[in-house]
Design a protein around this ligand. Structure first.
Ligand SMILES: Cc1ncc(COP(=O)(O)O)c(C=O)c1O
Length: 352
């Protein structure tokens, strides 16, 4: 039985743009996994994950890192260590934490979420003005500002350094801590050129994922101060996320950072080129300014998103409905040049 067979089939048949999480480990990645030095990480004896946590924490200007199974766990651990039950967090209404984490902030940390409408999933101090509460006994205590970079539902947009600076200033004035959901921070760094260490200056906790565009099979990391990470480690164990020979996964994630991060440039180039084809299609609508990284969100002018996604499926193209009229396509490194050419050709034929 070959683990590679499904990928070959996938390559031949489907142009799968449903998500950048659908990529399979490459042969080279599997090789580094097999040869990783491992130990029991519940005893902190897995040197591969220890080295990797240190490396990523240093890269982002943070004291410590904690390897976790998913971006969801990483975000939820961050909120847990930053807040007290009954606190309120400010977050953009399209964000993953608010929409796609099964109400975890309420269930796991007893938090109230105040969703705020931003622009393409992004917030700024003007939008956030007067949103912080807690002056009176009867108000919730707003303690955390949660940002997403790049935005997912916002269309892969990212914050500029100036925007981040303004938000940091605002948060300091308002005495808010910042959690940054950086599931696709690698795309943001690629697109903006902002150094990773800068995010450690902006945020109190940062969550990064290796299983999105970087293409590792599993793994995210929470980054923060040593004290907070120590606390998060206890909750990770409580929530069933303490792992044993996790160096296998850390080795894959490290390989992804080293070898797949540089490939994101090409995903971004393709997303822009595809966005232009969508823009030139009479039956589709897009705000091309929103295409900054590997995600392309567009609207269908005829029929519903579900109908168009089914039509595309018949043409060997997979995307996801993201609203009644809205579709998302996400680019990743396991789309070949010929598949990309076929994608553009099919769209030009079907929707012009
Ligand atoms: C912005 C963002 N944050 C967090 C997550 C959660 O990651 P996971 O699926 O690993 O839990 C995702 C997943 O797609 C995401 O897009």
């Amino acid at each position: 039985m070959s683990i590679f067979l499904p990928l070959e089939k996938l390559k031949l048949n489907m142009i799968d743009l449903r998500s950048d999480t659908i990529t399979r480990p490459t042969v080279e990645m599997l090789e580094v996994m097999i040869s990783a030095e491992v130990g029991d990480d519940v005893f902190s004896e897995d040197e591969t994950v220890n080295r990797f946590q240190h490396k990523i924490a240093t890269m982002f200007g943070m004291e410590a890192g904690l390897f976790v199974p998913s971006g969801t766990m990483s975000n939820q651990l961050a909120l847990k260590v930053l807040t007290q039950p009954g606190d309120e967090i400010l977050i953009e209404e399209k964000s993953h934490v608010y929409n796609y984490e099964t109400g975890g902030a309420a269930f796991l940390s007893g938090l109230q979420i105040q969703p705020v409408k931003g622009v393409h999933g992004k917030l700024d101090p003007d939008i956030l003005e007067h949103r912080k509460r807690g002056e009176f006994d009867w108000e919730p205590n707003t303690t955390v500002l949660c940002l997403e970079n790049t935005t997912n539902k916002g269309g892969g947009t990212c914050y500029s350094k100036e925007e981040l600076n303004n938000l940091k200033q605002f948060a300091s004035q308002e005495e808010l801590m910042i959690h940054l959901d950086g599931a696709r921070i690698w795309n943001a760094i690629t697109a903006t050129g902002i150094d990773a260490s800068y995010f450690g200056k902006i945020a109190d906790t940062v969550s990064v994922c290796f299983s999105k565009g970087l293409g590792a099979p599993i793994g995210s990391m929470l980054l923060s101060s040593g004290k907070r990470i120590k606390k998060a480690r206890r909750f990770r164990k409580m929530w069933g996320g303490g792992m044993r020979q996790v160096g296998l996964l850390a080795a894959a994630a490290n390989y992804a950072v080293e070898h797949h991060w540089p490939l994101l440039v090409e995903d971004h180039r393709r997303a822009k080129a595809f966005g232009e084809v969508v823009h030139n299609s009479r039956k589709l609508e897009i705000d091309t300014n929103s295409v900054e990284t590997n995600i392309v969100i567009f609207d269908v002018l005829e029929g519903t998103a579900i109908e168009v996604v089914s039509l595309l499926e018949e043409e060997g193209i997979r995307m996801v409905p993201f609203g009644p009229k809205t579709i998302r396509a996400t680019f990743h490194h396991q789309i070949s040049n010929s598949q990309f050419a076929r994608l553009l050709e099919t769209f030009s034929t079907l929707f012009s």
